[in-house]
Write a protein that binds this ligand. Structure first.
Ligand code: ADP
Ligand code: ZN
Ligand code: ZN
Length: 733
């Protein structure tokens, strides 16, 4: 009897063996979902291997409950991708596999939708190998269908019908023999009508150069770093490359950092390629929608697959190109469970498939920049704005040591906002903190309201009269007095978006002011409507967080003001400056279009800081080189590779003790440095105390070798009440 080895969503780095009836299972079933008994329940998993022997006593093996034949098996390429992730991130294979599937396909139910009655009929390996002489000579239709399928591999139901009226019946019989597989065709929403095709612009010399350089290499693996200033027209470069791939009937995967960016990009793609088969994959879809899009990709029907980080696991049989837009963005890294970087996986996939991957950014991550400098990546620059006569905005610092501020605003900033209003142009006030104020403070004893579950202060949300923790979601009523000394003189301290909005309303009562942050955009479709209002100029002043900074085109915007960015200059996080710079470059990049020159005002107490200096000159390279020097001296990435062993427990001692034991069994070779356990920057989260152990090495290979051995010892280490995980290439500490 065959034995199937199944990946299950459990935190153990093993496959589980089950018996399968030999009439049902063949090697063709590798990559299919199965339901199996597990403990007292059943679980859905994926067949990774079909074999005949098991290290488990055959008498103890259980039988599979059901094999799903609702969708085609996952391809060996996708299974290899899961294997790679499991090995590289040292994460249990079963969790990797199940994390990679859409939720709908992880459930215990088969995937049925209200499918139309249209199907693809694909020849299986059994069908290809089958002895046709076994088919009775009078079954002419069946014979001829099989011969045709052996030529073409697949046909649709309607093609079969044209072939013969009796074809449907014959196909059903071939399906019953498992010589042919019946796969539902999921129709695409047709957008061809209604969408206006956009005119194709003449490329700028820099865009033309990028296309000319990439085109001859379009079918080869390379990692291209498309480094283009804001508004330089990176999207146009993507569009031209995608059109090359469409002509080759190959698929393009486009990853964006934010779900909010998908509708806009989708519209751009549809306007250029009205008949394109495009699917969007992100967490905002219903499980069925996502599974349907995933299947369209798996069947090679979808030509453009646009999505957030989870889309990097989409099966793509005709993959021809990968694009990672805003590659530096931290949201490409998953921060729990399987802590993967979608950008890095995209590069792995490109290499595996032998196709190019394009990393696009105005401010590349230092890792990517360094790789481009050292020749591992190929860098292409777009140094100026694409639209004729458009220039980068003028950046000025307002020294808040020299001028007074009132409710966060200095006089020069107020004057600039006023001028913008009088010219009927839009302005944007950027403050990367939502809520009314970050702190509730007692003026007599200095008490501040803190979250009882996290090492963080509660944020004042004045309108809702609530205090909220932005880390765990806990909220409570606004207290009437100090919890420490009982004094009633408690007040919000500092500024968040709500408070800035309130100040602006008071100062400019006639202006149309819109606040954009996670609170104001949380309702479904809210952001889409707000974006429309902005673009159609029904808003004068925008106040918002980094949601506003990313990639959006605001045609009427001429002034950008940033408040409160100084805190990140002196953070203990060595990536804080890099992130701040990227964020400010991005938000500054929203200002100014062809006919309106833009202006950016930065309120700061440190106008001479190198970061602001580089920002004023729009000089990414200057800052990148300074930061790289610092990283080199300090021995930080990209000069070393890092791994965190994270541990959390109800008590910090338990977490740190576990980490100390982990360090003591590490037995690291000389090149691998193992540091002492320390509490995490966010030392308590959701009631759990957290610590980590940093391990680093100059060689990725050596580090990986060490981890493979260490991981096995860690699995054997007693970890009473401690939850631990490895975070490879961590971004947060
Ligand atoms: P980026 O993503 O690099 O910041 P976009 O791709 O959003 O820039 O392009 C900025 C603007 O320039 C868009 O309005 C786009 O339509 C326009 N654009 C791009 N390429 C050209 C071109 N070759 N000629 C004229 N306009 C262009
Ligand atoms: Zn007090
Ligand atoms: Zn909390």
């Amino acid at each position: 009897m065959p034995i199937v080895r199944v990946a299950l969503d459990v935190p153990l780095n093993i496959l589980f063996d089950y018996l399968a009836p030999d009439t049902e299972i063949t090697a063709q079933d590798i990559g299919r979902r199965v339901r199996v008994p597990f403990g007292r329940n059943t679980k859905t998993g994926l067949i990774m291997e079909v074999t005949t022997h098991s290290s488990v006593d055959p008498l103890k093996l259980k039988h599979i409950t059901h094999i799903f034949r609702d969708i085609p098996s996952l391809s060996p390429a996708l299974l290899d991708l899961f294997h790679f992730c499991s090995e590289y991130y040292h994460h249990p294979l079963g969790e990797v596999v199940m994390n990679g599937l859409p939720t709908r396909l992880r459930s215990n139910k088969p995937f049925t939708q209200n499918f139309p009655s249209a199907f693809h009929y694909c020849l299986t390996a059994a069908g290809r190998a089958a002895d046709t002489s076994a088919i009775p000579a009078r079954s002419i239709v069946k014979r001829r269908l099989l011969a045709k399928l052996r030529e073409s591999g697949a046909m649709t139901g309607s093609e079969a019908k044209q072939f013969s009226q009796r074809a449907p019946k014959a196909l059903k019989e071939l399906v019953a023999l498992r010589w042919v597989e019946e796969i539902p065709i999921i129709p695409f929403e047709t957008s061809a009508s209604g969408v206006k095709t956009a005119p194709v612009p003449i490329l700028t010399p820099a865009q033309q150069n990028a296309i000319d350089v990439i085109t001859p290499e379009i079918n080869a693996f390379n990692t291209w770093l498309l480094h283009g200033v804001t508004g330089s027209g990176k999207t146009e470069v993507y569009l031209r490359l995608i059109s090359l791939l469409l002509r080759q009937a190959r698929q393009t995967l486009v990853l964006v950092p934010e779900i909010n960016l998908t509708p806009q990009l989708e519209a751009v793609f549809r306007a250029r390629f009205p008949a394109v088969k495009l699917v969007s994959l992100h967490s905002g879809l219903s499980p069925s929608e996502r599974a349907a899009g995933w299947l369209q990709a798996q069947q090679g029907d979808a030509e453009i697959i646009l999505g957030t980080r989870l889309a990097v696991f989409t099966p793509l049989p005709k993959l021809g190109l990968l694009i990672v837009d805003e590659e530096q963005d931290a949201s490409f890294k998953q921060q729990d469970g399987l802590r993967y970087s979608a950008r890095d996986i995209a590069i792995f996939r490109a290499k595996y498939a032998g196709v190019p991957v394009i990393l696009g950014s105005a401010t590349p991550s230092l890792e990517s920049y360094y790789n481009a400098m050292s020749g591992r990546y190929l860098r292409l620059g777009l140094p100026s704005r694409a639209v004729k006569n458009a220039v980068l905005p003028m950046v000025r610092c307002i020294d808040t040591r020299a001028v007074k501020t009132k409710e966060s605003f200095s006089e020069p900033v107020i004057a600039a906002l006023e001028k913008c209003l009088s010219l009927n142009q839009q302005s944007l006030v950027f403050i990367n903190r939502r809520g009314y104020a970050p702190v509730l403070l007692c003026k007599s004893c200095g008490w501040t309201a803190v979250c009882h579950r996290c090492a963080s202060r509660l944020v004042v949300h004045l309108r809702e009269k609530k205090l909220r923790c932005h880390h765990c979601g806990h909220q409570e009523r606004f207290p009437g007095f100090c919890q420490e000394c009982g004094d009633q003189d408690i007040a919000p301290f500092g500024h968040g978006t709500q408070r800035v909005e309130a100040a602006l309303i008071q100062r400019f009562p006639d202006a149309r002011i819109m606040r954009i942050d996670r609170d104001s955009t949380s309702r479904k479709d809210a952001w889409g409507r707000m974006l429309k209002d902005i673009q159609e100029h029904r808003v004068d002043i925008l106040v918002g967080t980094q949601i506003l900074a990313k990639g959006h085109d605001f045609p009427n915007l001429s002034l950008v003001v940033t408040l409160n960015s100084d805190a990140s200059l002196f953070s203990t996080d060595f990536r804080a400056s890099e992130r701040l710079f990227a964020q400010l470059m991005q938000v500054a990049g929203r200002a100014g279009r062809a006919d309106i020159p833009g202006e950016v005002l930065i309120q700061t107490e440190f106008p001479d800081h190198p970061l602001y200096h580089a920002l004023r000159q729009h000089n990414y390279d200057l800052l990148a080189q300074t930061l790289l020097e610092e990283r080199k001296t300090a021995g930080f990435p990209p000069f070393v590779y890092q791994v965190l062993l994270r541990a959390e427990a109800p008590r910090i001692d338990a977490a740190l003790d576990f980490l100390a034991s982990a360090a003591s069994i590490a037995k690291a070779p000389k090149q691998v440095e193992v540091f002492d356990p320390v509490p995490a920057q966010m030392s308590r989260l959701k009631g759990m105390e957290r610590g980590y152990l940093l391990v680093q090495c100059r060689s990725r290979k050596k580090l990986q070798e060490f981890l493979a051995g260490w991981r096995i010892k860690l699995d054997a280490l007693p970890s009473y009440k401690v939850r631990w995980t490895l975070d490879i290439d961590p971004l947060e500490f």
